[in-house]
Ligand binder design. Structure first.
Ligand SMILES: [Zn+2]
Ligand SMILES: [Zn+2]
Length: 337
């Protein structure tokens, strides 16, 4: 019986395949099986280089970002502007005082002279004393009026210094609507446009399946500080006007009501979850963090600095997630910042 062997998979090799690779299912002759393994080891080397580079980024004692250089530059430029303006103001004060004193000295020198003569000759009477007293008093008044300066800290004719703040790129927008809502500013703003109060929902356009993402939402209007839902739901689930109650919904409702609205897979819980405190008001900015890796969402109220976490059940809310908000009162309005 003839032993049928496959030819070597290497191009142009006339040899017989004796080793087969279980990774790519190709068969190689002795020489090319060695070369094939060499190629794999080169690829592993490239992976190790990339791994080490990422490891270095993660373990750096002082992690760097280009924005740090911008902060330094802003600081240096602002300090130099402040220094120039302060120096000019100081110079102006001292020059004015010196010039005034020189001017007043001209008349004062006459009095100094008269007093000297008075001491020497002892020829003075009450009228002289009164005259000198008057002159001293007038001189003091002149000095005081020349010192009539104050600091105007609201002058707008000088270069002003704008304060800085770190912001995160937020490319999410309000998109699909269920109910009565109106989008403005290319999906950056959403408002309840119904003629009566009812649940209406809007979904974000961006889908999240991995990584860490921050979404900043400002509450422009919230009737009676009562109720607006912020959270996520799964993009593979159907959309509905009461999105907070859909099976995959997780999140919180802003309220000043004593009732604490926390929604876990579309169910309103008693609100004690993660010690949620009803501390969100009109005008507040909410930072929503979606951590796909840890399957966790976080709500931070920028004003109160209070943070709340919700762990998301991946079976109830499979990836991709999307931003989900529900408004109830007509006129209520949110904007993405
Ligand atoms: Zn192979
Ligand atoms: Zn070969």
């Amino acid at each position: 019986m003839m032993n049928i062997k496959a030819p070597c998979s290497s191009i142009d090799c006339k040899g017989v395949g004796v080793f087969s690779c279980i990774g790519c299912r190709q068969t190689f002759c002795h020489k090319h099986s060695y070369e094939h393994h060499q190629e794999l080891s080169k690829e592993l080397q490239a992976i190790s280089v990339q791994h080490d580079a990422i490891h270095q980024q993660l373990t750096a004692t002082n992690p760097v970002h280009p924005v740090q250089k911008e902060i330094d530059e802003w600081e240096a430029k602002s300090l130099s502007t402040i220094k120039i303006v302060a120096d000019e103001a100081r110079t102006q004060v001292s020059t004015t005082l010196t010039e005034n004193n020189r001017e007043i000295m001209k008349d004062f020198a006459l009095l100094t002279n008269e007093l000297g003569v008075g001491w020497q000759t002892k020829n003075y009477v009450e009228t002289d004393l009164n005259k000198w007293r008057n002159e001293l008093s007038k001189t003091q008044q002149t000095i005081n009026s020349a010192r009539n300066m104050y600091l105007d800290s609201r002058d707008t004719s000088l270069p002003s210094i704008n304060m800085i703040k770190i912001k995160f790129n937020n490319s999410d927008k309000f998109g699909e609507i269920k109910g009565s809502m109106q989008l403005e500013d290319h999906g950056r703003i959403v408002s309840h446009s119904g003629s009566y109060d009812s649940h209406s929902s809007v979904y974000g356009t961006k889908l999240y399946s991995n990584g860490l993402h921050r979404i900043l939402i400002k509450i422009d209007k919230m009737h009676d500080n009562y109720w607006i839902f912020f959270g996520i739901s799964s993009a593979i689930m159907p959309m509905k006007s009461d999105a907070c109650l859909s099976r995959s919904a997780y999140g919180w409702a802003a309220t000043s009501n004593r009732r604490k609205f926390v929604y876990l897979n579309g169910v309103l819980t008693n609100g004690t979850y993660a010690k949620y405190n009803e501390d969100i008001r009109k005008g507040d900015t909410i930072e929503l963090t979606l951590d796909c890796h840890k399957k966790k969402i976080q709500l931070l109220n920028e004003r109160t600095k209070q943070k709340y976490d919700i762990y998301v059940d991946g079976r109830e809310c499979p990836f991709p997630w999307r931003l989900t908000t529900t408004l109830h009162h007509r006129g209520d309005r949110l904007s993405l910042i």
